[in-house]
Design a protein around this ligand. Structure first.
Ligand code: ADP
Length: 541
């Protein structure tokens, strides 16, 4: 074998911040803080403080591969920890504060976090869990000395840690397969599972995510990640931003329509990313106040299916190109992104939209296939649907602390999603396998039913779940939240389906509710709804 003769430089997260400092040192990181103000710094400042924090972690006794947790909003301190913790060889464990405190304590104990850094908003959670989290030696409040909250838990001040430590720090070199960060799945069934990323997987994901046919990020962008940094590393955006040198705008805790729109405008944001439920709030606010975007030109929508009506509204009314993307925690998270090919450029606007509704093509590095019940490959004809399997260098191989269980199927990771793939390689999610409605042996996509519902002007949110039926086993039941002051009856809504989907797929009944329960990452909790409506008697039953 003739080996290549190129340098064997290990891929390391610290290289990202070094690069951003060296080549984009004056690019800005803007944060709306828990202090209530807008904070500005640069990549140079952020790198300096990350080095100070890396020294501080050393003084706290954090060793290579030990876990340092965060419970924090999107902001510059959180980003400093992204680089200080992973860059120094420890593991950054980002925790979702929207989980129940008991679940947070379970995760902290499972991860054996040694240090936990939190925004003071979350002090009540810390006070609820501290006594049950024996592995945590230091609780760090991410604030300055003057604003340290009184607490029965002994707290360390983040800014004191920074100030007390020198910025002289050389990022260590290590094997690129060293664990860098840890993220738990939402765990809608059973306990959450830990997904342990490495420096290598993170860097490869970052290169791929930045590509023009993926997230398409550059030094000319101002990125506002609405997707939280506790949700699969904000889909990798802090790393992508550092790699490209883009300006970053962090929204902190204010994710309502007005706060977001104000920030988009004031900071001349060009691109954003988030789940459909967040955009729903923003669009409702903008419509009510007749607002436009002056610089925003595109947004990434993923986490759950982007309703076609939302995609159309963004593009046609607001001039914001929508990038529909699909992925999961186990995939770092990016798997597919929906961008057009050269051959699509001559399509009519309607035909282009039909392509854009899909979850998209794999980004290079990810391999995907769909299989039937017998495990055999299904054709890529845009019609056959089956279990979606993936593999690649940023796809999970084993869950953390479950190394004796093989979650793969012949080396492929089963995503739990059901999808089609068309001849051009565009994947479209039909459903989460547990959400699909099995009506008399035929499958009905709950996503399709919901998309039609939210295209009705009076509907704010809709979830389609299965209800028991004596003849068909399951039939679709539509649960709907109306827009404020909007009126629509069950009959009108069902009529809205005519001609849009096959007759037998039209829901059997509609119930109007005040709200639909959302999970910790902003997705509709359909298992909660199924539980709530488990004894529901359909009029057709
Ligand atoms: P994330 O929400 O970041 O994608 P999770 O691991 O919490 O990560 O959830 C992954 C699941 O979310 C996927 O398996 C899929 O069911 C759903 N999902 C993600 N993106 C989309 C999308 N664009 N369309 C439909 N479902 C999606």
């Amino acid at each position: 074998m003739l080996k290549g003769l190129m340098m064997d430089t290990p891929l390391a997260i610290s290289a990202l911040i070094k690069h951003a400092d060296r080549h984009h040192g004056d690019a800005q990181i803007v944060s709306r803080r828990v202090e209530g103000d807008i904070h500005r710094c640069t990549y140079r400042d952020l790198h300096r403080r990350a080095r100070q924090m890396a020294n501080a972690l050393g003084t706290l006794g954090v060793q290579t591969s030990e876990r340092v947790a965060t419970l924090a909003w999107n902001g510059y301190r959180h980003m400093e920890l992204y680089f200080a913790v992973s860059g120094s060889g420890a593991v950054l464990h980002t925790i979702n504060p929207r989980l129940h405190p008991e679940q947070i304590a379970w995760i902290v104990n499972h991860a054996e976090d040694k240090v936990l850094c939190f925004d003071i908003t979350f002090l009540p959670i810390i006070e609820a869990i501290a006594a049950h989290c024996g592995t945590v030696k230091t609780w760090v409040a991410m604030i300055d000395k003057d604003r340290m909250p009184p607490s029965k838990v002994s707290l360390t001040c983040y800014e004191d840690l920074i100030n007390a430590n020198s910025d002289r720090y050389e990022w260590p070199e290590f094997d690129e397969n060293l664990a860098s960060s840890l993220c738990y799945t939402s765990g809608t069934t059973g306990n959450p599972k830990g997904v342990l990323y490495s420096h290598r997987s993170t860097l490869l994901h970052t290169y791929a995510a930045a590509l023009p046919d993926a997230l398409n990020m550059s030094a000319r962008d101002a990125i506002l990640p609405v997707v939280p940094m506790f949700h699969v590393n904000a889909w990798g955006l802090p790393y992508v931003a550092a790699m490209t040198g883009a300006k970053v705008v962090f929204p902190g805790a204010a994710l309502d329509g007005k706060s977001l729109h104000d920030l988009f405008e004031a900071e001349r944001v060009t691109v954003s990313a988030g789940v459909p439920t967040v955009w729903q709030g923003l669009l409702t606010y903008m419509e009510a106040n007749h607002l436009k975007f002056s610089t925003m030109n595109r947004t990434v929508i993923g986490g759950s299916a982007c309703p076609p009506a939302m995609l159309r509204l963004f593009q046609e009314k607001y001039g914001v190109n929508v990038l529909h993307a699909w992925g999961m925690t186990e995939m770092s998270p990016l798997g597919t992104a929906c961008t057009l090919k050269n051959k699509h450029l001559d399509l009519s606007p309607e035909q282009r939209l039909a392509v854009q509704y899909k979850q998209g093509r794999v980004i290079f590095g990810v391999d995907m296939k769909i299989v039937g019940d017998d495990g055999g490959d299904l054709p890529w004809d845009g019609k056959a649907f089956g279990d979606l399997l993936v593999r690649g260098p940023w796809v999970l191989r084993k869950y953390f602390k479950e190394e004796n269980v093989d979650p793969l199927r012949d080396g492929w990771f089963p995503t739990g999603d059901v999808s089609t793939i068309d001849p051009d390689g565009y994947m479209q999610i039909t459903d989460r396998s547990k959400d699909v409605i099995k009506s008399g042996g035929e499958w009905i996509s709950s996503i399709d039913i919901e998309n039609v519902a939210v295209s009705h002007p009076a509907v704010a949110m809709a979830a389609c779940i299965s209800a028991r039926h004596p003849k068909w086993d399951e039939r679709p039941l539509l649960v709907v939240v109306r827009k404020p002051n909007a009126q629509v009856t069950k009959e009108e809504l069902l009529k809205h389906y005519e001609g849009k989907i096959a007759k037998w797929q039209i829901p059997d009944d509609v119930v109007f509710v005040d709200s639909i329960p959302l999970g910790a990452t902003g997705k509709m909790l359909k298992n909660r709804l199924r539980e709530q409506f488990k004894d529901y008697r359909l009029p057709s039953a």
